[in-house]
Design a protein around this ligand. Structure first.
Ligand code: CTP
Length: 406
């Protein structure tokens, strides 16, 4: 869900600061990058070294550091972020935010930002209940500052009550909700196919292809990152399940077909899998034996269902946007253009899979996007960048269509 999101985490000086180490880890696991600003007081609770090791970035803290300002000014810190998170937020930092005080790097960044801010308060119950704190909270909420918690519970000071910082995973959930609501593909459902299919000859042998699943998996991750509810139907690959994606593992083309059909209805279908066109007509239950002196077996092949073509002609179940891939070794544009028409899909991504391109199994891809009105040549780029660009194009397409309908 947080693929590619940039979080600026401001850690102020409360005992709950130790939980931020886990928060950083959880955010990064979900694909976010986390840059951290520590107040002086925060460094009494967690060390910049731990924060830096977990965020894999340098840690910022000094407003007047000439090196920091030269490399990354306080304005740039907030410009480079998609969301600011203050966790833990002490009563002191919230008071400064409410009053517009900027007397260190953390508070100056908070004053200088035009990005949304999520605050996870952490303090003693009496400090939380104090009229001054409550007035500050009212002020901050009226300015659109978002709050995660606090919650009620036992406190480090031995008291019980409201003021405990919510657990890291709850802060993560708030952050995910924030991005999901504003994500360009929020409320859309996408089905993506990826990887090869395996077609059994007998219980031990099969016919397969060289697809690695890298491109399809990256597309599923990019669509999920833009807020689409994403179902990935994949043949066997060594790719990890993309975060926030519902993965269905299949082996044969027929299983991929069934999984895709039962994933409908969907708004978007992207067929990036290298589906076997044919399968052995007979798939016996026992291993074909090599008889001495006998001729090698002849394997009769029959056609597999065409998933892309079926999705494109699915009547009222047809996804609003169906995108196919054309894996070609010759006459790329010509073949892909006629493939788009033949399959009935809206767009086709044409890629040259000749062995010298290294596309199958490699990290990069050089594609053309053929939409029917345009043929765009994209430069060679990483498969993850192809995926991000395609997801952006898909979001833009839905944006335009929504505007046109209004
Ligand atoms: N595809 C599919 N189901 C199949 C075969 C292909 O969904 N049984 C999809 C692929 O996922 C891809 C597109 O159709 O999006 C084109 O696949 P490709 O292998 O390039 O084309 P083929 O239909 O197999 O045609 P050819 O082998 O003649 O190039």
């Amino acid at each position: 869900m947080l693929h590619g999101k940039r979080i600026l985490l401001i850690i102020s000086g409360g005992i709950a600061a130790y939980k931020c180490l886990d928060l950083i880890r959880r955010l990064r696991e979900r694909g976010a990058s986390v840059r951290c600003v520590l107040t002086d007081a925060a460094t009494q609770f967690v060390t910049p070294l731990s924060v830096s090791a977990l965020s894999e970035d340098r840690v910022y803290g000094d407003l007047f550091s000439l090196t920091d300002e030269a490399e990354m000014g306080h304005i740039q810190l907030s410009r480079d972020a998609d969301l600011l998170v203050v966790a833990p937020a002490t009563t002191n930092i919230m008071a400064k935010m409410a009053q517009g005080i900027g007397d260190d790097l953390a508070t100056t960044v908070l004053l200088a930002t035009d990005k949304d801010v999520l605050v996870a308060p952490s303090m003693n119950v009496r400090m939380w209940e104090h009229a001054a704190t409550q007035e500050n909270i009212t002020t901050l909420k009226s300015r659109g500052i978002r709050f995660a918690g606090p919650t009620e519970g036992n406190m480090a000071c031995g008291e019980f009550g409201e003021g405990r910082m919510v657990e890291p995973l709850e802060i993560v959930a708030e952050i995910e909700t924030y991005f999901a609501a504003s994500a360009p593909l929020a409320g859309r459902r996408a089905v993506v196919t990826s990887g090869p299919t395996l077609e059994a000859i007998d219980p031990v042998r099969y016919i397969a292809n060289r697809s690695s699943g890298k491109q399809g998996h990256a597309i599923a991750a990019a669509l999920a990152g833009m807020g689409a509810e994403t179902i990935l139907v994949t043949g066997p690959t060594s790719e990890a399940a993309p975060p926030g994606v519902e993965v269905h593992h299949i082996e044969s083309a027929r299983e991929m077909y069934d999984a895709c059909m039962s994933a409908l209805p969907a708004d978007i279908a992207v067929c990036a899998a290298a589906v076997a066109d044919w399968r052995p007509a007979e798939q016996g239950d026992s291993k074909i034996k090599k008889e001495h002196d006998a001729a090698p077996p002849r394997i009769e092949m029959i056609e597999n269902p065409d998933i892309l073509r079926t999705l494109s002609a699915a009547g009222n179940q047809r996804p609003a946007l169906v995108v196919g891939f054309a894996a070609e070794t010759d006459n790329l544009i010509e073949n892909a253009t006629s493939k788009r028409k033949r399959k009935g899909c809206d767009w086709i991504v044409a890629n040259d899979v000749s062995p010298e391109t290294g596309t199958f199994g490699g990290e990069t891809n050089t594609v053309h996007l053929i939409t029917g009105t345009d043929t765009e040549a994209w430069p060679a780029m990483r498969k993850t960048d192809v995926a991000d660009r395609l997801a952006e194009r898909i979001a833009h397409h839905f944006d335009q269509n929504t505007e046109a309908a209004e």
